[in-house]
Design a binder for this molecule. Structure first.
Ligand SMILES: [Ca+2]
Length: 339
């Protein structure tokens, strides 16, 4: 009970606070109820009577919106019906991932969305692939490691990631999420987050202010935010939808959303800044390709070097032989012309 009160107190402070962002600009936050999902989940899913709509295997109880139960091959989602036209916002997601599976024998995770599309099933944590907008994923299963192990691939990722792993991706409708690589080719940033089977509350914060995307996590039960990623120059159009989704495969977990609270953040902009901001129609990130190659070749093995040198020498030898033949042929012809 004390814990709940503390959380409420924290949220009250967050709701009313006036603060300074990282770049020193003054901001104010206001809870936007029409974009928020919280207890009691009255009328949720019923057509027209709630701002939120359910999909797939999602089940609502008094305590949570369960996107998937701890069972194989389930997927579910909850989507806002109302497009969000706020320029600057912060989404605070109170979630819980728990199940019977031991470490690395659970999956696959959940995602929080701000996208053009809504209510479409698919392989990206229960949402469609080639989405348009922002996805923040809490990935609980390391597919890439298993894939590399199975394929005995010679490449190694540049950095090792520890799972569960939180990462952000921006899609423009033409980019696929690479499930086998846990989204590494499209990862904008991320962090490790040991969020499974915890007794205390776990939160994810997605803040989008002045085109700066910041993701923070509060998972240690200390009501402290920990930085996860921080990317400037993220251009997201207005009018997209918030949602959350989850999927299980051979491995499973309960993926629960307890609340999603959206805060409008009021940022003071100068007239000049207002004028400089042209309207964004397609999501993008400044100075970053949304799809990148990321594997470093491990370097050639001894055998590969041997054969490369061998074939190079053979090629060179062949060129010299051909050259000599052509030259002798040519000089013979020339001689014939003289005599
Ligand atoms: Ca994964």
């Amino acid at each position: 009970m004390a814990q709940i009160t503390a959380v409420n107190y924290l949220l009250l402070i967050l709701c009313l606070r006036c603060c300074f962002s990282d770049d020193g600009h003054e901001m104010e936050e206001f809870l936007k109820r029409e974009h928020s999902l919280s207890k009691p989940y009255q009328g949720i899913g019923a057509s027209g009577s709630s701002h939120w709509e359910l999909m797939g295997d999602t089940m609502v109880s008094t305590d949570q919106v369960r996107l998937t139960p701890d069972m194989q091959s389930k997927q579910g989602a909850v989507w806002s019906r109302i497009p969000c036209n706020l320029k600057d916002w912060e989404l605070q997601v109170h979630f819980k991932i728990h199940g019977q599976g031991k470490k690395n024998l659970n999956g696959d995770g959940l995602a929080v969305w701000y996208t053009k599309e809504r209510m479409q099933k698919g392989p990206v944590f229960g949402n469609k692939d080639f989405f348009t907008g922002l996805g923040v994923f809490v990935d609980t299963y390391p597919n890439e490691e298993k894939h590399i192990e199975a394929q005995k691939k010679r490449y190694t990722p540049r950095t090792q990631r520890i799972f569960p792993y939180v990462l952000a991706m921006v899609g423009n409708g033409t980019i696929s999420y690479d499930h086998e690589r846990d989204g590494r080719p499209t990862e904008l940033g991320g962090c490790n987050a040991m969020i499974r089977n915890l007794k205390h509350d776990t939160f994810l914060f997605v803040r989008y202010v002045r085109r700066r995307l910041t993701v923070m996590i509060d998972i240690d039960g200390q009501h402290e935010w920990r930085d996860c990623l921080d990317i400037p120059g993220v251009r997201l159009p207005l009018g997209y939808y918030f949602g959350a989704s989850a999927i299980t495969g051979d491995l499973s977990d309960n993926h629960d959303i307890i609340s999603m609270k959206l805060y409008q953040i009021t940022v003071l902009r100068s007239k000049q800044e207002e004028d400089d901001e042209e309207e964004v129609t397609v999501p993008s990130v400044e100075n970053i390709e949304l799809l990148r190659t990321y594997y470093e070749s491990e370097g050639m093995s001894g055998i590969a070097i041997f054969f490369t040198v061998l074939f190079s020498m053979l090629g060179l030898f062949l060129l010299i032989v051909v050259g000599i033949v052509v030259y002798s042929h040519w000089s013979e012809n020339r001689r014939k012309r003289f005599y």
